[in-house]
Design a protein around this ligand. Structure first.
Ligand SMILES: [Fe+2]
Length: 210
C-alpha cells in the first residue's frame, strides 16, 4: 500500500528536516518583459524601453568591470604597482555601478541580464584576447570601452529626461556618467608621454655634453 506521506501532492505539507533538492519549474517572468501595475507613475511602454536600454548599459558595464580585473591581473612593467592598484579601484567602482543599474531595472519591473553568456551576446565592447597585452594597449582598450558607455549615457540621459523617468536619469548622470568620466581621466593621464627622471631640456643638455 502507498504511504500517504510519500505522495507528491502531500510531501510539501509535511514538516521534515530533509531538503527538497533538484527542484525545477517554468520561469515566472520572461526576459524582456516588465511587470504590470507598479505604482511608480511610469507607463509600461516607458518602463519597457528604459529597461531594455538599461540592460545594454548593464552588459557593457559588466564587460568593462571584467576588463578591469583582467588588466589588474595581467599588467606588467615599471608601473605595475600603481596600475595594479588603480585597475582594482576602478573595478570595485564598476561593481557598484553594476548593482545600481541592475537594481534600477528590477525597480522598474524588468529583469536584469546576469550571466556571462548573455552579457557576451549583447555587449558592444570588443572582446580582448586571452593573452597578456602591453600597458598602452590595456589602457587603450579600457578607454575605448569607457567611450562606448559614455556616448550611450549622454543619449540615454536625454531619453529618460524626455520620458519623465527622473530616477533613471539621476542614476545615469550622477552615478554612471560621473564615475566613467573620472576613470577616463585617471587612465588617460597614463598615456601622456612625459619624462620620468630628467626634464626634456636637461636631458638634451646631458646628451650634448657627452
Ligand atoms: Fe587582486
Amino acid at each position: 500500500m502507498r504511504r500517504r506521506d510519500t505522495h507528491p501532492e502531500h510531501s510539501y505539507s509535511i514538516v521534515s528536516a530533509q531538503p527538497r533538492l533538484h527542484q525545477n519549474a517554468p520561469e515566472i517572468q520572461a526576459y524582456g518583459t516588465v511587470t504590470h501595475l507598479l505604482p511608480l507613475d511610469l507607463e509600461e511602454p516607458v518602463r519597457l524601453e528604459v529597461t531594455e536600454r538599461l540592460n545594454q548599459l548593464l552588459a557593457d558595464t559588466m564587460t568593462l568591470r571584467d576588463l578591469y580585473k583582467k588588466s589588474h591581473w595581467q599588467t606588467a612593467g615599471p608601473t605595475f604597482y600603481q596600475l595594479h592598484l588603480l585597475f582594482d579601484k576602478h573595478y570595485n567602482e564598476q561593481v557598484q555601478l553594476v548593482d545600481l543599474i541592475a537594481e534600477r531595472i528590477q525597480v522598474l519591473g524588468g529583469l536584469s541580464i546576469a550571466m556571462a553568456h548573455d552579457v557576451a551576446e549583447i555587449t558592444r565592447v570588443e572582446r580582448p584576447p586571452r593573452g597578456r597585452e602591453e600597458v598602452p594597449v590595456q589602457l587603450s582598450r579600457l578607454i575605448d570601452a569607457h567611450q562606448i558607455i559614455i556616448r550611450e549615457l549622454r543619449d540615454f540621459a536625454r531619453l529618460t529626461n524626455d520620458r519623465g523617468d527622473a530616477g533613471t536619469n539621476d542614476l545615469l548622470v550622477s552615478d554612471v556618467l560621473r564615475t566613467n568620466e573620472l576613470q577616463v581621466w585617471f587612465l588617460s593621464e597614463h598615456l601622456v608621454n612625459v619624462p620620468l627622471v630628467l626634464a626634456k631640456e636637461a636631458a638634451e643638455k646631458v646628451g650634448a655634453a657627452l
